[in-house]
Design a protein. Structure first.
Length: 249
């Protein structure tokens, strides 16, 4: 009797263990199917797509957040928006007659307007990233350090222009840039013998803001491609590690 009981217990244990293992393996399979993640060093197509899109969302989000923060443009030697090129003479003339403070107000307000408007970029970038085909993904992953930036520029530049311009106009009004600008231009145009000028301030700030944004996105892209420390998830490490290994092959 004891032998029979022991046999039954052992058989039950084996059956239970097999059931448990099967459940565990099914769970692992479900997870792999959901994530597309494999233990191979070569990423699947699904992983490549997810990895690159994750990198682009990361880079664009960081770029937008950096520039939209207070001082994102104004306090940066690289991104600060100056007086319009065709108004440099206005700036120098006004500074020479002691109106540098008024000029500075204009410059501050231009940059505040850009910081206010750049938040419009994020949903446009995310939408462009979502619409990427696998061919787009592969070309970008194996492309140069500007491949993703150039893709986003080709897909969003016109939309950014349309979204930024009214936002910047509203922002210029909100931060009194329009008033400061009109005051400065009016003062300049009253100076004897000068050629009267009135450059399109909104278009200028829009162009400068977008140019700065894509420069920032390019920096984020380069960092992720070149610096393994910037690959902050296992998926990014796997996908870009694979891309590194394929360069020159």
């Amino acid at each position: 009797m004891n032998i029979k009981i022991a046999y039954v217990a052992l058989a039950s244990s084996v059956i239970l263990s097999c059931g448990t293992v099967n459940e565990i393996m099914k769970g692992v399979g479900d997870v792999l199917n959901e994530t597309g993640t494999t233990t191979s060093s070569i990423p699947t197509n699904l992983e490549i797509g997810k990895g690159l899109k994750e990198a682009l969302v990361k880079g664009t989000t960081q770029g937008v957040s950096s520039l939209s923060a207070s001082g994102g443009y104004l306090n940066s030697s690289q991104f600060k928006i100056p007086f319009p090129n065709d108004a440099q003479k206005i700036e120098s003339t006004l500074r020479n007659i002691g109106l540098g403070g008024e000029v500075d107000k204009v410059i501050v307000s231009l940059n505040r307007a850009a910081e206010d408007a750049v938040t419009e970029a994020k949903p446009l970038f995310v939408n462009a990233i979502k619409q990427m085909t696998f061919a787009d993904v592969k070309n970008i992953l194996m492309g140069d350090n500007m491949a993703a930036t150039n893709y986003l520029k080709s897909k969003t530049n016109a939309q950014l222009q349309a979204a930024f311009k009214p936002k910047i106009q509203a922002s210029l009004d909100k931060v009194s840039a329009t008033k400061y600008w009109n005051d400065v231009i009016s003062t300049y145009n009253k100076i004897p013998l000068v050629t009267k000028m009135n450059p399109d301030l909104t278009s200028f700030v829009t162009e400068q803001a977008i140019q700065g944004l894509f420069t920032k996105i390019a920096q984020e892209e380069t960092a992720i491609r070149a610096n393994p420390v910037q690959r902050t998830t296992g998926l990014l490490q796997k996908v870009f590690g694979y891309a590194d290994s394929q360069q020159g092959n």
